[in-house]
Design a binder for this molecule. Structure first.
Ligand SMILES: NC(=O)c1ccc[n+]([C@@H]2O[C@H](COP(=O)([O-])OP(=O)(O)OC[C@H]3O[C@@H](n4cnc5c(N)ncnc54)[C@H](O)[C@@H]3O)[C@@H](O)[C@H]2O)c1
Length: 441
């Protein structure tokens, strides 16, 4: 089997996830170059893959200034740092595995899609949920006509109250101007899955939502700015007490602690309690969730109408345990799918029976849950990528960049609708960015 060679740009959480996945699939992949200013992660991944020292760089600018050295580039820098390296990598002729969101504005997304098309390179977006066996099974059931024609769909992205507080109140995605609108940052997966399942272009989008809970008016009286400073009158009962989430929780995989201290298990061990307290005294993760400068929503709904009349609604909100579920209504039956439990139930009108549908485990044993590498999607995408980039692809999961961008545009349109109180006509919206509202795949 011919190995595909890769360079990885951005070795934070996501860059390490894909590097790790390529290590697990080492008969298919070889990483030959790396770029990140963080030396600790760079050294770890360099050792995993025996990457030559001379191919390890501090920045994407430096690695992409070299002659093309691999079949494809992984771009896993932060949201606002996707377009510049993507355009440079395209210019160099790299195929790209690009983290989502493609970029934080529709203009930048369209620029990447247009440049890739012009150069004739493939850009696969990390819409990893498509590559889970779970959503793959749902898609296959629809392709097989298990519920007839899809007439309507309800999708719920239950963000989880603590996850919301961590990523969207205290963390990297708490301000739209620093990252992207939350409906894009959190739900580009969902708009991608919805348009993929309905398999028709969306024609109209309408959305409502706001930030109502994680704001200053709800700060308990007398609460200090930082939980970690002590003296908070509700410290014993507040579920967002930073000490409880980041210091007292000693569960094996405390990803929250890793992110809050920027010290990951791959660095040779997670931060101690003392190191964690010290970090929380200086960064946003130690702040009271009611006294941050966050401005992204904590709940939002999106209504969509598709060509032919099928409708969909997506609800994203913070006030739950967390997880994703979807209910799809067809002319011959109904399908309920809960990703957290890898549960798919089919009800068919013909026999008036419920049928449990099994989901096979992905490589690594993953069937469900976000903690499990996005339910197997993080490793699943690498398997499909191999065939897609090798030019031997006959699967139904991988989408070209133009399809991914069109699916992103649903989220941008939702944000426009939420902010302006209008219904967005998707044909007109796409035209603004020189995109046609039709499907290619
Ligand atoms: N597919 C998904 O489900 C999913 C999940 C989480 C995050 N994301 C997205 O993945 C991307 C990365 O997120 P993350 O959590 O890994 O972020 P991160 O902050 O952990 O990693 C970003 C990395 O980029 C590095 N970097 C900064 N400047 C650089 C430069 N000039 N050249 C090279 N590297 C540079 C940083 O040092 C850091 O290691 C974001 O766009 C995020 O929204 C996607």
């Amino acid at each position: 089997m011919k190995k595909l060679t890769a360079i990885v740009i951005g070795l934070g959480s996501r860059g390490c996830v894909y590097s790790n996945a390529m290590k697990k699939l080492e008969d298919k992949f070889q990483i030959v170059g790396l770029a990140d200013p963080l030396k600790a992660h760079l050294d770890t991944v360099k050792a995993w893959h025996n990457v030559p020292e001379e191919n390890c760089y501090d920045s994407w600018e430096d690695i992409l200034a070299q002659p093309k050295m691999a079949d494809f580039a992984v771009i896993a820098t932060q949201d606002k740092m996707h377009m510049p390296p993507a355009l440079k990598a395209i210019e160099k002729g790299y195929n790209i595995l690009l983290e989502k969101p493609v970029a934080p504005t529709p203009e930048e997304c369209a620029a990447i899609a247009n440049a890739a098309e012009k150069k004739g390179v493939k850009v696969l977006v990390c819409h990893v949920l498509r590559y889970t066996n779970f959503y793959g099974r749902v898609k296959q059931l629809l392709l097989d006509g298990a519920i007839g024609d899809v007439m309507s769909l309800i999708a719920v992205e239950a963000v989880g109250n603590v996850h919301q507080s961590h990523s969207f109140v205290r963390g990297n995605w708490h301000k739209t101007s620093d990252s992207a609108p939350m409906i894009l940052a959190k739900c580009s997966h969902d708009t991608d899955i919805i348009q993929w399942l309905i398999d028709k272009p969306c024609k109209k989008v309408q959305s409502f939502g706001s930030l109502t809970h994680f704001c200053k008016e709800n700060a308990p009286e007398g609460a200090p700015k930082r939980c970690i400073d002590g003296g908070c009158p509700v410290a014993d009962t507040c579920v967002y007490n930073a000490k409880r989430i980041y210091v007292d929780d000693h569960s094996d995989a405390n990803w929250y602690r890793e992110v809050a201290t920027a010290k990951f298990s791959i660095d040779g061990g997670v931060a101690s309690d003392e190191e964690t307290v010290a970090a929380l005294k200086n960064n946003n993760y130690g702040m009271c969730v009611y006294q941050m400068d966050n401005d992204v929503v904590d709940h939002q709904v999106v209504n969509m109408e598709f060509e032919g009349g099928a409708t969909a609604s997506l609800t994203m909100n913070a006030f739950n345990k967390g997880g994703r579920y979807i209910r799809i209504f067809g002319t011959k039956g109904e399908l309920y799918a809960n990703m957290s439990d890898a549960e798919i139930t089919l009800y068919t009108f013909a026999d008036k029976q419920h049928h449990q549908v099994s989901v096979t485990a992905a490589e690594g044993g993953f069937v469900a849950g976000h903690g499990a590498g996005h339910g197997g999607g993080d490793i699943g995408i690498m398997g499909e990528l191999y065939d897609y980039f090798s030019g031997e692809y006959d699967g139904y999961k991988a989408a070209d960049i133009s399809t991914s961008v069109k699916n992103h545009l649903l989220a941008f349109a939702a944000e426009e609708s939420r902010l302006t109180g209008t219904v967005v006509d998707m044909d007109d919206f796409m035209k603004r960015y020189d995109l046609k509202n039709e499907f290619t795949k």
